[in-house]
Design a binder for this molecule. Structure first.
Ligand code: ANZ
Ligand code: ZN
Length: 832
């Protein structure tokens, strides 16, 4: 018979068709098997996937296939996070409509995913830019609006003059637009917000429910929420009743205040400076500070700048007179927008004071050594003993940090408060390619939500794309002009669209009933299938996407639509694939295209290499030679199995009894069982796919040392051990390299469908370490030898020796006085 070629192109196409045909990834909702919801973050349809993206989907596929073999009812869906800026930028640049651009990209990327052989239930595909999806994104907006969790306010926003759009804080990198690098400015606009701040505490508390999340991500979530316990201390404007509260976490330093600073946006600022001879100069400074952008203003390296208002406040604790400044490093969005300046004990205040020659007053001295205000060159921020602090002198500041607030509260000079860094979620975008916000403005009725029965508010198709500040929707009269849902009078539509993070904050619910026309999701279904058992995605989403999804889940829980409090039980964040020292990106030109590699070596080679490249949680460097190594391994596997293609059918399988095996077969059988144990542990507990694969490679090396003899009858067991080793390799590797394993499984004479096989289990008796030979002496004369496992302890060994038939015969009629054991060598029985 002609040698069978490893024709990966045909093989991969064949098995992809097979899985589709038998519905391997189609969920049977009537199944009684335990459910397993495996979710990969749905991709943004940017055009093409590179091998770096592939890691995410391939890892997800490994988990799904493994769980299928473990007997779970696996749900593995996919969809498209299809709204967003790039589509609109493409429209501006090349005139192609975002809808077309997106649709074509989805088509191309879908093909790529399928070529990798990653399995999804394609019947559940969701696309966030389709009206049947965004209808329900709008519904979510309405629910938030009805419950006072969506509101509109004028707010300073990050504005990119070049992209002509508002940017979220995270889109600002070093004070510049993440996309085009133009310096970001501040601008006031009426914006829609979601009141996520109301959920700050519960989002923080429930981090404790996220058992299966990486510690690092939980810490990032906690830091982003940024709970801070402190006190608002009321400073009073000199000769006035006006109170300026300052939020501080260090009330122990209150006697050290030598100035206070207001944010440039602080509402008192106008009142303070009007009529001042410095008014113009101050206004000028404020304008500059505001144009700096929030991120830059608070960055550590940014110069601390300020201006004196000419006014003073009174420190409530010692009635001292304190100058009022305006400073760039104070943000209106945090605390009270006003800070008490303690240069001796806060580094930013220290730099500020040195720059503007403000006094430095030490109120905490270290236990050892004494600081001097004129010679210190950095703030002293550690603990110590209170000085210059009236009745509190001599106390440790760890004590006054509690006592001073108690005193202030008793006098009505302040109130303890908790502040969060988490800001409300700005969801308005002055963009076309997003879900329209379902709001109408009526002269008579004011702001009116579009009733659910009128959803979706459909995005008009015919619009002009121009790179200027207004949304293209602003010019579509047929969209803007509408009827008031309340009074039927003429009204105007909101023209902002929603942040795409709103689209992605609930998509994992839609997968359970993607075609449901009357509801966003069916409660019974989501309550059965959620929380997601395993979520897989990039660490770049460790903060916002996950936080927003948690928030929306909690809102739906509170509104009693769902019964679970957290959407994602386990989270896995995979590392990036690096090429030539950098993250793969089109602009850097270091992208490795999966298509070329698949044409040349096949999908399994690429999958194997991506999984073998290193622990999946870590970044890994791409190496073209590694791909070749993976290809060669598949070649060897192919060869080893197809070499005996005709034998498998002739010699039917049989149980393996370890006692009857030759020594070399025993060794291979043991190694095979050890490999099952190792791979199962690596996949199940640590996700070390690379070491799992390495141990299978080692097993294949061991098979090479094994002399396969073609048996003449079934009694000859060695061939069965070889067969068992090869079948095990296929089963263990099936989640990683599914196509070739399916093909070879068939070559070995099985009915097609390796994923119908259970995940292999190991023979506990066979797994023991090697046997060694122990010399048995009687009265120091060698009488026998015994083969025992090396890890046998002395007691077991003694029992084993005394139970041995030959020894029993030799000892007949004699009395044992003593047994001397030299571990791993000999047992000497002393008799009389
Ligand atoms: C006086 C003081 C003395 C402070 C000292 C610190 C050390 P966290 O822990 O992050 O919550 N702060 C308050 N509001 C601010 C604002 N709007 N913009 C900028 N900074 C602000 O930080 C709380 C501290 O940050 C507060 O405590 C305040 O400075 C500053 F030795 O008050 B502290
Ligand atoms: Zn009206």
């Amino acid at each position: 018979m002609a040698k069978r070629e490893y024709n990966f192109t045909d093989i991969e196409r064949k098995w992809q068709g097979f899985w589709e045909g038998c519905g391997l990834f189609r969920v049977d909702e009537t199944s009684r098997k335990e459910k397993f919801y495996c979710l990969v973050m749905f991709p943004y349809p940017s055009g093409t996937l590179h091998v770096g993206h592939g890691r995410n989907y391939i890892i997800g596929d490994v988990v799904s296939r493994y769980k299928i073999m473990k007997g779970y009812n696996v749900l593995s869906p996919i969809g498209w996070d299809a709204f967003g800026l790039p589509a609109e930028n493409a429209a501006i640049k090349s005139g192609v409509h975002p809808a077309l651009w997106t649709r074509d990209n989805i088509k191309a990327m879908k093909r790529q995913l399928q070529r990798w052989g990653v399995g999804y239930d394609w019947d559940r595909e969701v696309t966030s830019c389709n009206p049947d999806y965004y209808k329900w994104t709008q519904w979510i907006f309405l629910k938030l609006y009805e419950n006072n969790l969506a509101y509109k306010k004028k707010a300073a926003v990050n504005w990119c003059p070049s992209c002509a759009t508002v940017l979220a804080n995270e889109q600002v990198v070093d004070g510049c637009c993440e996309r085009c690098d133009t310096p970001v400015r501040q601008r006031d606009l009426e914006q829609w917000f979601f009141r996520i701040s109301q959920y700050a505490q519960i989002l923080l508390d429930d981090i404790s429910l996220l058992e299966g999340w990486p510690e690092r991500v939980k810490t990032m979530q906690a830091n982003w929420i940024g709970r801070s316990e402190g006190i608002r201390i009321n400073f009073t404007l000199e000769n006035s009743d006006t109170i300026v509260p300052c939020f501080t976490t260090r009330p122990d330093t209150l006697y050290g205040v030598t100035f206070i600073s207001l944010a440039p946006e602080h509402p008192f600022v106008n009142e303070l400076i009007s009529g001042s001879p410095q008014e113009m100069a101050i206004k000028d400074f404020i304008e500059r500070a505001r144009s700096q952008g929030m991120v830059e203003r608070t960055a550590e390296g940014t110069e601390k700048e300020g201006v004196f208002t000419g006014k003073y406040v009174i420190n409530p604790i010692d009635k001292s007179k304190v100058p009022v400044w305006i400073a760039n490093y104070v943000l209106m969005e945090y605390g009270t927008g006003a800070v008490m300046g303690v240069p001796a004990h806060d580094q930013r205040d220290f730099l500020f004071a040195r720059k503007y020659h403000l006094p430095v007053k030490i109120v905490i001295q270290p236990k050892e050594g004494e600081l001097r205000a004129d010679t210190m060159n950095a703030a002293y921020i550690d603990n110590g003993v209170q000085v210059n602090s009236g009745v509190f002198n001599g106390m440790p500041n760890t004590e006054t940090i509690r006592k001073i607030p108690e005193y202030l509260e008793s006098k009505g000079f302040g109130a303890k408060t908790v502040t969060y860094r988490l800001r409300d979620w700005l969801i308005s975008r002055q963009r076309y390619w997003g879900a329209p916000i379902p709001i109408v403005y009526c002269e008579k009725c004011g702001t009116v939500p579009v009733p659910e029965s009128q959803l979706p508010v459909v995005l008009p198709e015919k619009v002009e794309f121009k790179p200027h500040g207004m949304s293209p929707l602003a010019e579509v009269d047929s969209f803007i002009n509408t009827q008031c849902p309340r009074c039927s009078g003429a009204a105007r539509r909101e023209i902002d669209t929603m942040d795409t993070f709103v689209d992605s904050s609930w998509y994992f619910l839609r997968y359970l009933s993607p075609k449901e026309a009357d509801r966003p999701f069916i409660p019974e279904k989501v309550n059965t299938w959620l929380p997601v058992d395993q979520y897989i995605g990039g660490v770049e989403h460790a903060i916002l996407h996950l936080l927003y999804s948690r928030f929306i889940t909690k809102v739906l829980y509170d509104l009693e639509y769902i019964t679970f409090k957290e959407p994602f039980q386990h989270l896995f964040t995979q590392g990036m694939i690096i090429k030539d020292g950098a993250k793969m990106s089109k602009s850097k030109g270091n992208v490795v295209s999966p298509d070329i590699l698949i044409d040349k070596y096949g999908a399994d080679t690429q999958r194997l290499y991506i999984l073998f490249i290193g622990p999946p949680q870590k970044d890994a460097e791409w190496n073209d030679r590694g791909v070749l190594g993976a290809y060669r391994f598949l070649g060897r596997l192919w060869q080893k199995i197809t070499d005996y293609e005709e034998v498998y059918a002739k010699i039917p399988g049989t149980d393996i009894s370890i006692q009857k095996l030759s020594n070399q077969a025993k060794t291979l059988y043991r190694q095979t069982n050890q490999t099952i144990k190792k791979v199962t542990e690596d996949v199940e507990t640590s996700w070390h796919f690379n070491t799992a694969i390495a141990s299978v490679m080692e097993l294949l090396n061991n098979v090479d040392l094994f002399h396969v003899t073609i048996p003449q009858n079934t009694e000859e067991l060695d061939f069965h051990v070889f067969r068992h080793a090869m079948e095990t390799i296929l089963l263990l590797m099936a989640p990683f390299i599914p196509h070739i394993c399916e093909e070879l499984w068939e070559v070995m004479g099985h009915k097609p469908g390796i994923f119908r096989q259970p995940w292999p289990t190991y023979d506990k008796n066979a797994i023991h370490e090697e046997m060694i030979e122990i010399v048995i002496q009687i009265n120091s004369k060698v009488r026998s030898r015994l083969s025992v496992p090396v890890d046998m302890n002395n007691d077991e060994l003694r029992r084993c020796v005394l139970d041995d038939e030959r020894i029993i015969a030799l000892l007949d009629g004699k009395k044992i006085i003593n047994t001397v054991i030299v571990p791993k060598k000999l047992v000497n029985i002393v008799v009389k």
